[in-house]
Design a protein around this ligand. Structure first.
Ligand SMILES: Cc1cc2nc3c(=O)[nH]c(=O)nc-3n(C[C@H](O)[C@H](O)[C@H](O)COP(=O)(O)OP(=O)(O)OC[C@H]3O[C@@H](n4cnc5c(N)ncnc54)[C@H](O)[C@@H]3O)c2cc1C
Length: 460
């Protein structure tokens, strides 16, 4: 049967884009995080929506699991084929199909990476930009939407999923389906006013269908950018600081960092406030309002702006921030995973204290990295743990740190973002039973043969 399926896959995409060779499936059996590897039976790279459809129809006939994959950079094992089968690598579906300059959206195939779209816009539409996550640039936009990502414009505009205006999806049973305005007219400018079907696919980790095309919002690109760093020594101040800055509506992005290295940084919280504008006058006005919003902290000697050397600014202001990817390999062992938790602003201090405590138990090198989402409606709080894959003892400590981070996030009122299998299971245990039932009912209805990324969003 395996041989028959292999031949059928070659028939669909051609021999160059299917593999069952051990040295190739090896790379698809794992990701940079801590999850246990599992080999797929086949790796397939479709080039068109029709090829995706044919692969899905084949998988239904033969009951073969399918795991859609972008760059597999979730770090949480979300593309590891837990029940073997096909890993569907979407990277060949990388065409930018339309830019609507006036209504500011771009229609792309799901395998377009954030890096490619960023370069394309810089070159061809220098007045437009999209929101960029701090992940390595090869991460795909389809994958980022399937896991509910966020990026450098999320402070102003919300989660990336809120920027999706239309989807083309191959359902688990093979039908090609559209959501949003494009399902009615040949334009991809809005999600409504229709029943919001995009929600059936965003945040579902590839368990309800394969996104093949999508349109996302573009935004005007300001000519100038600057960063201010506000330093405090007490995490209890952070909710009020975020409240004050967001009240001014002057910041494009707000990130909060804490780490034990270099030595001078230990014990401090650094709030990076990014401002953008089109003239020095506008920038200076925004800087002034932000500085004034935090004046009471400076007056009471509870915080202050750090002097940032001009030579350091370009690195701090790039999107994505390359320094974060470098930190991921700080242990030089090629292992990195972070637990991201979406929290209400007021819960920051307790998560911060837990993170420092978990680090003290298990991880000498660590970082807390947070992004304010949607003008202070929530924070993406992350406990980031690099580890050395060549050292089993270190791996075990990292595993414990990740487990405790998931538990801390939930205990303190957060919702785990891009949850690994353990995190999904912890959340489903706490979830309202009718909601769990609804999740399972939707999955069963859309995917009666249970082939889509099995193991995820599933009750074990
Ligand atoms: C240093 C570092 C920094 C990061 N910073 C950020 C950040 O700022 N913001 C952020 O959002 N993320 C961040 N990430 C996490 C992650 O890399 C990104 O979210 C990334 O966009 C995921 O895209 P991907 O292509 O790697 O998805 P994958 O990991 O390949 O896939 C993610 C999930 O989506 C499913 N999937 C993939 N493609 C499709 C599709 N076409 N249709 C349906 N389902 C699909 C997969 O099955 C999987 O469940 C960071 C990661 C690292 C290593």
């Amino acid at each position: 049967m395996m041989e028959k399926s292999y031949e059928a896959l070659i028939e669909i995409v051609g021999p160059k884009y299917v593999s069952n060779q051990p040295e190739e499936v090896f790379f698809y059996s794992r990701d940079p995080g801590i999850s246990e590897p599992h080999n797929p039976d086949f790796v397939v790279m479709p080039g068109t929506t029709q090829e995706v459809q044919e692969i899905v129809l084949l998988a239904n006939r033969e009951k073969i699991p399918i795991v859609p994959m972008g760059a597999s950079l979730s770090l949480a094992g979300l593309c590891i084929p837990l029940r073997n089968g096909i890993v569907l690598d979407m990277k060949r579906m990388n065409r930018i199909l339309e830019v609507n300059e006036t209504s500011r959206y771009v229609l792309i195939e799901a395998g377009v990476s954030h890096g490619v779209l960023q370069s394309y816009l810089n070159k061809n539409y220098p007045r437009l930009m999209h929101s960029i996550p701090d992940a390595p640039p090869m991460n795909t936009i389809g994958g980022n939407m399937a896991l509910f990502g966020s990026g450098h414009l999320s402070q102003e505009t919300g989660f990336h999923t809120e920027m999706v205006q239309g989807l083309e999806v191959v359902l688990p049973t093979g039908e090609i389906c559209y959501t949003g305005s494009c399902s009615v007219v040949p334009k991809w400018f809005a999600r409504g006013p229709l029943p919001d079907l995009a929600g059936l696919f965003l945040g579902w980790l590839g368990t309800t269908g394969i996104i093949t095309k999508l349109s996302i919002r573009l935004y005007p690109k300001p000519r100038k950018k600057d960063v201010l760093i506000f330093v405090t020594e007490n995490p209890d101040f952070i909710p009020d600081i975020v409240y004050n800055i967001t009240e001014t509506k002057m910041a494009e992005d707000i990130n909060i960092f804490a780490q034990p290295k270099p030595d001078w940084a230990e014990g401090f919280q650094q709030t990076a406030i990014y401002i953008t504008g089109n003239s020095e006058e506008e920038m200076s006005f925004k800087r002034g309002l932000i500085r004034r919003s935090l004046h009471k902290y400076i007056h009471n000697k509870k915080g202050g702006f750090m002097f940032v050397l001009p030579m350091m600014k370009p690195g701090m202001m790039e999107s994505p921030i390359r320094e974060l990817s470098r930190f991921a390999d700080v242990e030089k062992g090629g292992g990195f995973e972070y637990i991201g938790v979406i929290i209400a602003i007021e819960d920051f201090p307790q998560l911060y204290r837990d993170a420092v405590e978990i680090a003290a138990k298990y991880r000498p090198k660590w970082s807390i990295m947070c992004r304010v989402i949607g003008r202070g409606h929530s924070i993406m709080f992350s406990y980031a743990w690099p580890f050395n894959r060549a050292n089993p003892e270190d791996m075990e400590k990292a595993r414990k740190a990740l487990f405790e981070s998931n538990a801390s996030g939930l205990r303190n009122g957060g919702v785990i973002w891009k949850p690994d299998i353990e995190g999904q299971s912890m959340m489903m245990k706490m979830m309202d039973p009718n909601t769990v039932h609804l999740l399972q009912k939707i999955r069963k209805t859309l995917d009666p043969n249970d082939i889509m990324n099995p193991g995820n969003w599933e009750i074990s």
